[in-house]
Design a protein around this ligand. Structure first.
Ligand SMILES: Nc1ncnc2c1ncn2[C@@H]1O[C@H](COP(=O)(O)OP(=O)(O)O)[C@@H](O)[C@H]1O
Ligand SMILES: O=c1ccn([C@@H]2O[C@H](COP(=O)(O)O)[C@@H](O)[C@H]2O)c(=O)[nH]1
Length: 276
């Protein structure tokens, strides 16, 4: 059984394709067992669904990769099957007119209306139900989902990352744990410039125009206010080794077989602390 780890570095194509290209099997599935979408009171839901939100280029994918890496080192790989999914796979199809605007950096990909929320919800619900899923891939140069799909097999831990994963209540409520990657806006912009030039085929002028007119205002209006839904806020993203370690330890603890008093997540649960 294959599980693909997304790296987000494939040239101009989807994050999912990058993972596929590397042929990465994130976690070998030994002694795999599936306990159903929701266990009893003494059981952690399988798969354990973790939402990872944050502004563009805040390091969401990198944090997800780190969490997987750490889990791998921890020995959990002998029992656990971990998958990362990007919200970008759920951008809705553009009309011809919207597509023309997108080519000039004038389509608002940071607005909630840009996403196919129902497809996102159905996919996550099916993943939670343990179904084998075909995930649409996204092409950042063509600005559309491709006909290619990634097959997601039932996993023990699923990380779902994206700018607006906490925005929609019907998506937000599906998560068993919520993380918000909180990186300084100047840092994010510099990273986005480099990434979009190198990987997404953009000019500097287009990146800055899109950022100032659409990305930044949408971040402030739609993404930043969702920070309050996070169980853990991770300042500085993947550089924050302490935060990543604590999160991984918590996942390990939750996943430990026969853990005394193991129970489902309660919305008031907190790992490190809740935002003010
Ligand atoms: N801690 C870091 N230090 C330096 N570069 C980073 C760091 N985290 C991410 N990056 C780089 O910034 C860019 C965006 O990171 P990524 O994890 O893909 O962010 P997001 O998923 O939030 O868009 C990538 O090119 C990545 O390599
Ligand atoms: O066709 C597209 C689709 C998305 N974007 C931008 O991508 C980011 C979200 O991806 P991150 O990896 O979280 O940065 C979003 O800000 C969109 O503006 C795009 O430019 N073109």
């Amino acid at each position: 059984m294959n599980v693909y780890m997304f790296d987000g570095h494939s040239e101009g194509r989807s994050k999912a394709e990058g993972w596929l290209d590397q042929g990465i099997m994130a976690f070998p599935l030994l002694n795999a067992r599936y306990e159903g979408p929701l266990g009893g009171l003494d059981k952690v839901p399988r798969p354990f669904l973790i939402g990872v939100a944050g502004g563009t280029a805040s390091g969401k994918s990198t944090v997800c990769d780190k969490i997987m890496e750490q889990l791998k080192k921890s020995g959990l790989e002998h029992h656990r099957h971990v998958t990362i999914i990007s919200q970008d796979s759920f951008y809705r199809d553009l009309t011809a007119e919207e597509h023309e605007r997108a080519k000039k950096g004038e389509h608002n990909f940071d607005h909630p209306d840009s996403f196919d929320v129902e497809l996102m919800r159905r996919t996550l619900v099916d993943i939670k139900a343990g179904k084998v899923m075909e995930l649409p891939m996204y092409d950042y140069i063509a600005h559309k989902r491709t006909t290619k799909t990634t097959v997601i097999h039932c996993a023990d831990v699923v990380l779902f990352e994206g700018i607006l994963v906490f925005y929609f209540p019907e998506i937000r409520d599906l998560f068993n744990m919520r993380l918000f990657v909180d990186t300084d806006p100047d840092t994010r912009l510099s990273r986005r410039v480099l990434r979009d030039v190198e990987e997404r085929g953009r000019s500097l002028e287009q990146i800055l125009h899109q950022y100032m007119t659409l990305v930044k205002p949408a971040f402030e209006e739609f993404c930043l206010p969702t920070k309050k839904y996070a169980d853990v806020i991770i300042p500085r993203g993947a550089d924050n080794i302490v935060a990543v370690d604590l999160i991984v330890q918590h996942i390990q603890e939750l996943m430990r077989p026969n853990r005394p008093g193991r129970r489902q997540r309660n919305n008031s649960d907190s790992i490190v602390g809740r935002p003010h």
